[in-house]
Design a protein around this ligand. Structure first.
Ligand SMILES: Nc1ncnc2c1ncn2[C@@H]1O[C@H](COP(=O)(O)OP(=O)(O)OP(=O)(O)O)[C@@H](O)[C@H]1O
Length: 642
């Protein structure tokens, strides 16, 4: 026991203060979630006791008959929740109920926008934990004792949520935690059996410990109540059995969706799920869910995976998402319950466990099965999946060599044969539409779909009726640098190297000479200049080397703050374009140089690139405009004005 003063007053961390204020405002209309949060904490505390009892002799025997008891007194406006879980000692109370202990909560606070409606949705999805009690309560009292400490090491914590709390040491014979809420007047309507039963069933039906609602003696009928005021009855409200251990045939769709919500806090229905009991040399149960929208932090927290809970013989051990799902499946949620892993397994041991490796392989297989099934069914759920997780799944092509082709088959892209950005095609669709003599799967990367669709690189493809995938996701450049082949067809960029479409025509001498002049005019700014086989309408386009860094990739790397060597693109010209014909007749070399610069700048702009000297480009265009509009001593006047 510590020598603490009888009652000590302490202040909350400023962040707690901020969270409390925000939450009470934002969640006013969603007040019922406070009970879900408190029940979830009680359940976690009971899980922890079971887990610690495996190795701590002082706790043996205390891990039986764990239950969560809820009682209320409508007249006094009081609601109590009691668990027989692990409890907290004084330091833990200060740490857990006076600061923001979880880094996730801090990050969450930082991500709030200030827009009350949006924030309320986020807060609801995130789960605000213990502090949710203050949505409905004007005063909260927590009495707790850590299960392995003596009866006189109990702690009482009291606060009105207004910036400070009181803490004192008390005697508490029973282990675990009792939370007493003094409800604000306007929330006392929650204090009826009917309301509480409804809320518990709605949010916490699948908590694996019994939740007992104590009926106040006064609510019984007339005489009987008077005679027996003290003996309150209790009612078991929830299903209270670990859902994943039950047989599929016993479970309804509602059971699965409700369990998903109690597991994740996500109020939306999951897209689909898979439930298996694996028998044989190793036995385990597996329940996997595919959510319908991305949790707010999924894309930021690439490396902190959570959401697959590992149980061993129904004892919660840890969140094992990092061990059982690869990064590209980090949106999967669920539970694994193994009958064969040792109960005292540590995180490190788990990492190397061959048993867990097998489970991981099954999780990957089953998750991809779920996604494939969704793809086959198509429609809105599949569209939702693609919108939420399509980009994340692409990481799989890069990271998981074994499943590369399978994952690639699930990806969808806009193409030149589809319209808008919702109409997407898979690689199998593409192959099904390939021309008879077509060898490659063609793609074009660009910063946006609009730039891609208008790219001069597509002109020849249109002419020869060859479909091109339009890749505009940030990750697509990496994707194609790993996916060289799909089902025996190689992937090839429409904007790189030589193009072999249709019959090859040798460029004439004139065209070669013109290309040579342009190269001379542009000097170091450009690699090769060649007559093009790609262009039918545009005068010129830039082309990357077959194996060099593409301009899109170079731009992305630069935006990410990486050092990127200067990429000098090649230029292809369309000798049949009137501009090029006129240039060929231009004998004033200065003027020719200016036109060559314009040609290059236009080609760069057309593929979404940036100009090294935009002001020079504008000056040249203005000069031409003045001439075209019949201005007199054009060149000089424009030069003077700019
Ligand atoms: N009934 C309880 N018994 C024991 N410890 C508790 C109890 N309630 C809360 N705690 C402790 O307080 C901490 C903070 O609780 P809070 O609900 O704010 O966040 P959390 O439970 O960690 O996160 P989440 O709500 O997302 O599960 C918990 O991690 C736990 O250590």
């Amino acid at each position: 026991m510590t020598d603490a003063p009888a009652i000590e007053t302490r202040t909350f961390d400023t962040e707690v203060h901020q969270l409390l204020k925000l939450m009470i405002n934002a969640l006013y209309s969603n007040r019922e979630i406070f009970l879900r949060e408190l029940i979830s904490n009680a359940s976690d505390a009971s899980d922890k006791l079971r887990f610690e009892a495996l190795t701590n002799d002082a706790l043996k025997g205390l891990d039986h008959d764990l239950a969560i008891d809820i009682a209320f007194d409508a007249e006094a406006g009081v609601l109590t929740l009691r668990d027989r879980g692990i409890g907290m000692n004084r330091d833990e109370v200060i740490e857990n109920l006076g600061t923001i202990a979880r880094s996730g909560t801090r990050r969450f606070l930082e991500s709030l926008s200030g827009d009350q409606q949006k924030d309320a949705r986020l807060i609801g999805q995130f789960g605000v934990g213990f502090y949710a009690a203050f949505i409905v309560a004007e005063k909260v009292t927590v009495e707790t004792r850590r299960a392995d400490e003596p009866a006189d090491a109990g702690v009482r914590w009291t606060s009105s949520g207004d910036g400070e709390y009181q803490i004192e040491t008390i005697d508490r014979p029973e282990q675990g935690t009792t939370i007493t809420l003094q409800l604000r007047e306007e929330h006392r309507d929650l204090l009826t059996e009917w309301q509480l039963r409804r809320i518990i069933k709605h949010y916490s039906n699948h908590i694996a410990f019994p939740i007992r609602l104590h009926k106040p003696a006064e609510e019984k009928d007339g005489e009987e109540a008077k005679a027996d005021k003290d003996s309150a009855e209790t009612e078991l409200v929830n299903a209270s059995q670990a859902l994943w251990t039950r047989q599929k045939s016993e479970l309804s769709e509602t059971d699965y969706t409700e369990f998903y919500t109690s597991l994740t806090g996500d109020p939306e229905t999951p897209l689909s799920w898979a439930h298996h009991h694996v028998e044989g040399s190793q036995r385990y149960s597996l329940l996997l869910y595919l959510p319908s929208s991305a949790p707010f932090d999924m894309l930021i927290n690439r490396d902190e995976r959570e959401g697959i809970k590992l149980y061993i013989q129904r004892v919660f051990i840890m969140d094992a998402a990092e061990q059982v799902v690869p990064r590209y499946l980090r949106f999967m949620r669920g539970v694994i319950d193994s009958a064969d892993l040792p109960l005292n397994i540590s995180r490190e041991m788990l990492q190397d466990s061959p048993l867990l490796k097998k489970i991981r392989a099954t999780v990957v297989k089953r998750s991809l099965n779920l996604i494939e099934k969704l793809a086959e069914q198509g429609g809105e759920p599949w569209q939702k999946f693609l919108a939420a997780f399509g980009s994340v799944l692409k990481e799989g092509v890069i990271e998981d060599f074994e499943q590369r082709e399978r994952i690639a088959g699930l990806l969808r892209f806009p193409t030149t044969a589809t319209e808008g950005d919702q109409d997407l095609a898979g690689l199998d669709d593409y192959i099904g539409r390939m021309n008879e003599d077509q060898e490659h799967i063609w793609y074009l990367t660009a910063d946006s779909l609009k730039v891609a669709r208008n790219s001069p690189h597509l002109e020849a493809f249109r002419k020869h009726n060859v479909e091109v995938l339009l890749l505009t996701d940030r990750i697509d450049e990496w994707l194609v640098s790993h996916l060289h082949e799909y089902k025996g067809k190689s992937l090839k960029s429409a904007a790189r190297g030589k193009l072999e479409l249709g019959e090859k025509t040798e460029p004439d001498e004139e065209a070669r000479k013109l290309a040579g002049r342009i190269k001379k005019a542009l000097g170091e700014r450009i690699g090769n200049v060649q007559p093009s086989e790609r262009l039918t309408e545009s005068p010129a386009c830039v082309v990357a080397d077959e194996h060099g860094l593409s301009p899109v990739m170079a731009r992305m790397m630069r935006q990410a703050g990486q050092e990127v060597p200067e990429v000098t693109p090649n230029l292809e010209i369309n000798p049949h374009h009137p501009l090029l014909s006129l240039m060929a007749d231009q004998h004033d070399e200065n003027r020719f140089d200016e036109l060559a610069s314009l040609l290059l700048d236009q080609a760069l702009l057309a593929e979404g690139g940036e100009l090294a000297d935009p002001a020079a480009y504008v000056r040249r265009v203005n000069q031409l405009l003045v001439e075209a509009l019949g201005g007199s001593d054009s060149a000089d006047s424009v030069k003077a004005a700019s």
